[in-house]
Write a protein that binds this ligand. Structure first.
Ligand SMILES: [Zn+2]
Length: 434
């Protein structure tokens, strides 16, 4: 009872501040931030942050979930078009290839053009110009988005072929999941080449003077942020900070790509709480990157999702409004909740109450009971309570917001192509590319 009352008061407060206070807040923030984005000074370092699947609906829903502007919001500069060479709707491999190499390719292809020619990435160009480089992700580090920056393979599933290419390309910092794709031989070789190798949050935290660093924190992908506390894995923010610590020792500068990989996976599952929680983890990492960039003054931070996932909407179900704040009480993914159901599925209400704080109707309990995929059904019902709509379990082709901070951030303004990112970054760093 108390809880409900509290929640209702909170909704009132948010609604009030949105209609009256927020515009004043936004405009008062702008001048100070705008100044730093107008500079034409040379960029030494680029941090490219990719929240996989994060479209404008995610940005709006995340703002409502948070109850205030996100850190990204105040750095919005434009949008980008995401279509691939063979489809209006891209996958992460083709989207990443465009964002890393400046060439549109077919869905599923990692940094090769539609004719099978290898493409150079902005990371490789930065390396050639004497800069250090790093890749950070919450998926396997050999997954499509990080892979496009430092490997060339015909199909994204060949993750075993991608791992050695990272070392051949001299990527200095490699942090994420996917230990199973790095053979013992490969890791021994890496150690001989001067890499420090860590495997959990503690050992990452203890890294002091490494010049090169590999952190593989899970055999497969890392845990969703909602479930991470049950593991020894570092957060995306901790990985980002560790990567910057190592790379910023290079006087010639660095290129770092950081991916919030699982916002996309949450979208595929239509799991609104997972999407919001991983967006929050991503925002924390953005904050760490911006803190560094603000002090350094020669670092450009560019933030853009690669495509939309799930065709998310703000509101839906023939009701007007949004109830994002109820997702703050959700403490597990739909997958995790479904795994807690007993064989007869007689404990549905208990589990959903325990992990989502939602009282189900008789019909909803029955829907989960009958579902061929109870996890997806739980997610659908929670999304409906939160008024987060979904049109799809795949990607959609909508334009995606672009955020940028630091010298030459204005280069990314307007409606750009996903292929413009690496070109503009190379221009900003004044390095040869393509
Ligand atoms: Zn996806």
């Amino acid at each position: 009872m108390k809880k409900t009352l509290k929640k209702k008061m909170m909704i009132g407060a948010i609604a009030g501040s949105l209609t009256v206070g927020s515009f004043i807040g936004i405009t008062s923030l702008q001048p100070a931030e705008a100044k730093s984005t107008q500079s034409n000074e040379k960029v030494e370092n680029v941090i490219f942050m990719i929240p996989d699947g994060y479209s404008s609906s995610y940005a709006t829903n995340y703002r409502l979930y948070k109850g205030e502007e996100s850190v990204m919001d105040s750095h919005l500069v434009g949008m980008h078009r995401t279509y691939s060479a063979n489809s209006e709707v891209t996958d992460s491999a083709a989207a990443g290839t465009a964002m890393a190499t400046g060439t549109k390719t077919n869905n599923g292809v990692i940094s090769m053009d539609p004719d099978g020619n290898k493409l150079e990435s902005i990371l490789q160009a930065a390396e050639k110009s004497g800069k250090s480089s790093g890749l950070v992700a919450t998926s396997t580090i050999t997954h499509a988005t990080p892979a496009v920056f430092a490997s060339n393979v015909a199909t994204r599933a060949n993750e075993k072929d991608i791992a050695p290419q990272f070392l051949q390309n001299d990527v200095d910092v490699i942090l994420g999941g996917g230990k199973k794709y790095f053979s013992d031989d490969l890791l021994n070789q890496a150690q001989q080449d001067g890499y420090e190798i860590v495997s959990d949050a503690q050992s990452l935290n203890d890294v002091k003077n490494a010049d090169k660093l590999i952190g593989l924190f899970a055999e497969d992908s890392l845990a969703p942020e909602l479930d991470r506390e049950t593991t020894n894995e570092p957060s995306l923010k901790e990985m980002t900070t560790a990567a910057i610590d190592v790379l910023s020792k290079d006087k010639d500068g660095f290129f770092l790509m950081v991916e919030g990989s699982q916002i996309d996976w949450a979208g595929h599952d239509n799991d609104a709480a997972w999407a919001m929680k991983d967006a929050e983890a991503f925002e924390n990492a953005v904050e760490a990157a911006l803190d560094f960039a603000k002090k350094d003054k020669k670092t450009l931070v560019v933030i853009a999702g690669d495509h939309d996932t799930g065709g998310m909407s703000v509101g839906g179900y023939n009701e007007s409004g949004a109830n994002l704040e109820i997702l703050k009480n959700v403490t597990a993914t739909g997958d995790f909740m479904a795994a807690q159901l007993n064989e007869e599925r007689s404990n549905i209400q208990e589990i959903v109450m325990e992990y989502a704080d939602i009282t189900l109707s008789v019909e909803e309990i029955d829907q989960i009971k009958q579902a061929s995929d109870p996890s997806f059904e739980i997610n659908s019902i929670i999304s409906k309570h939160a008024l987060v709509g979904w049109t799809h379990t795949g990607h959609t082709g909508t334009d995606i917001p672009v955020y940028a901070y630091g010298p030459q951030a204005h280069k990314f303004a307007g409606l750009i192509e996903n292929t413009d990112f690496p070109q503009l970054m190379a221009e900003a760093m004044k390095i040869p590319f393509n």
